[in-house]
Ligand binder design. Structure first.
Ligand SMILES: Nc1ncnc2c1ncn2[C@@H]1O[C@H](COP(=O)(O)OP(=O)(O)O)[C@@H](O)[C@H]1O
Ligand SMILES: [Mg+2]
Length: 255
């Protein structure tokens, strides 16, 4: 990779740019560092792509290594799906800049081929231990847990879910990671699935994919982001051949 691609964020070390076109200007240049944020949206909204783009840009533009914990898709599918954006995840893994944890295959009874696996019945302690071990190996600055919905279904009781997610988000913060946790919602009346996820994170980004007349419209909104004077508006975004592009100055089309 040429150094020209690196845009070091020297001016504000407290800020972690996602590098997603149009998004960072909605929150003063990026996410406040060493915090955990929730990315909520219905199925197909683009949460996984958002998370991967954040990690990919971190490595390729900002020299920040990343950890991606795949709870709902196999790493092989993930690597394949993003080839259309020309993101070579395998190459970054081989360079020791990216770790993808397969926290999916064993849960559905598939054999494991990955370097990093979470192969026990779900246990937050072991997941946290594994993240810390990877952190020792690759000195990551960014992490994505995709998604918390599986964790929630495992614990069922909302107070238990809240404690377990708090353990996870706090650990990520303590070991120096700025993280996203994705959350699949059924509709965007409620920004989280179990009603507790937003309490354990410092910010909530809502991604909406709604039908308006004969078309579906994608729009994003920052519902909360502590420590920033973030946009209060709803902004359209697209998924393009280069990934997600947010349009910060356009209104969402409404019929
Ligand atoms: N090249 C592309 N152009 C337009 N839309 C795309 C493209 N690639 C993926 N998508 C959209 O992204 C969606 C999947 O995004 P994903 O991040 O997996 O959603 P989520 O994780 O929120 O369920 C697909 O359903 C499709 O609508
Ligand atoms: Mg997803």
């Amino acid at each position: 990779m040429s150094n020209d691609n690196l845009v070091k964020n020297k001016t504000n070390p407290k800020c972690v740019p996602t590098g997603i076109p149009g998004f960072d200007e909605l929150c003063g240049g990026g996410l406040p560092r060493n915090r955990t944020y929730l990315v909520s949206g219905t199925s197909g909204a683009g949460k996984t792509i958002f998370g991967l783009q954040y990690i990919y840009n971190g490595i390729t533009k900002y020299e920040e290594n990343g950890i991606f914990i795949a709870m709902e898709e196999r790493p092989e599918q993930i690597r394949e799906n993003v080839k259309q954006f020309r993101w070579d995840l395998k190459g970054l893994e081989e360079e020791g800049k990216l770790a993808i944890v397969d926290a999916c295959s064993t849960k559905i009874g598939l054999p494991l081929y990955e370097k990093y696996i979470d192969d026990r019945p779900f246990d937050m302690r072991s997941m946290v231990d594994q993240i810390m071990a990877i952190q020792d190996n690759i000195d990551a600055k960014r992490a994505v847990v995709d998604g918390t919905t599986s964790i929630g279904f495992h614990f069922q009781d909302p107070s238990k879910i809240r404690i377990e997610l708090l353990k996870l988000s706090t650990t990520l913060e303590i070991i120096g990671l700025t993280s996203l946790m994705t959350c699949e919602i059924i509709d965007d009346v409620m920004a989280s699935r179990f009603g507790v996820e937003a309490f354990v994170t410092e910010g909530t980004i809502l991604m909406s994919y709604k039908r308006r007349d004969a078309v579906r419209v994608r729009s994003t909104e920052i519902l909360k982001m502590r420590g920033t004077n973030h946009s209060q508006r709803i902004h359209p975004y697209e998924i393009t051949t280069k990934g997600i592009v947010v349009h910060p100055n356009e209104e969402v089309y409404s019929a």
